[in-house]
Design a protein around this ligand. Sequence first.
Ligand SMILES: Nc1nc2c(c(=O)[nH]1)N[C@H]1C(S)=C(S)[C@@H](COP(=O)(O)O)O[C@H]1N2
Ligand SMILES: [Mo]
Length: 268
Amino acid sequence: MTPEENTGERLPERKTHREELTTDQQIRRRTLKAFAWFGLAALVPAGIWKWITTRPRAGGIPAPFRKALQANEAVAGSYFSPTHLAPTFPKERAARKVRVNGWDGLKTALDPEAWRLQVEQPGKPALQLTLDDLKTLPKQEIIFQFKCIEGWSQIQHWGGVRFADFVEKYDLGRRPGSGERFGYVGMKTPDGGYYVGIDMPSALHPQTLLAYEMNGEPLTVPHGAPLRLIIPVKYGVKNLKRIGHIWFSDDRPRDFWAERGYDYHVGL
Ligand SMILES: Nc1nc2c(c(=O)[nH]1)N[C@H]1C(S)=C(S)[C@@H](COP(=O)(O)O)O[C@H]1N2
Ligand SMILES: [Mo]
């Protein structure tokens, strides 16, 4: 005796029908149903994907992706601290054969004698500095784990001047009115083939260097001679080689890899 018969209720139509199906038929039905769900599940994301990719673009990528990146960036901004230092290592741990990655902005010939660091500031004449000018500042060395977004890292040894000391010495990057510092630093190669934007707190971080040496020797061309940025609080992409121009602004300066879909800050 089934419970239904016990309470005198009629069996629902569908159940009666199913009970008439053979086991084989039931299996086939379930399989079909599973396939239908699977098809539906595949269709919905396809629709969403189409929606995402047809949205207006923001900063070179579809706006929904940019929004997600901006949310990540807000989080990244909140855990950055100027007192948090990247771990450093003894000199013996530094790689002798240092990896080379990225040639954008390095493809044109460069005369090291004619090179000047061009520093632009609103309302002031541009500075044109030689390497010797920079070398009057205290030399700072760092041995840290350089990290490329492509998945490799290496302990490397760099020497140069602190970006913070450089900004202090030439009194750079202040807004004309208030005298407060601008929000961002822009940097690019002399030919403009590679460019990065750095938020001011990261630029002024005590481990951020304008580097002119690697393993105690002058920089080589593939590593960014005559001057490059070393910024241990960021991934490799921000460590611009062969700096030609530096400028300051409250708008985010253009950034080569951010325009190609990466997070703007790529903080570590
Ligand atoms: N001018 C310039 N700087 C650049 C790049 C580039 O392509 N051009 N690539 C970046 C990337 S992705 C990395 S990982 C580091 C690599 O520095 P290295 O070649 O000294 O190892 O340089 C960064 N700076
Ligand atoms: Mo990189």
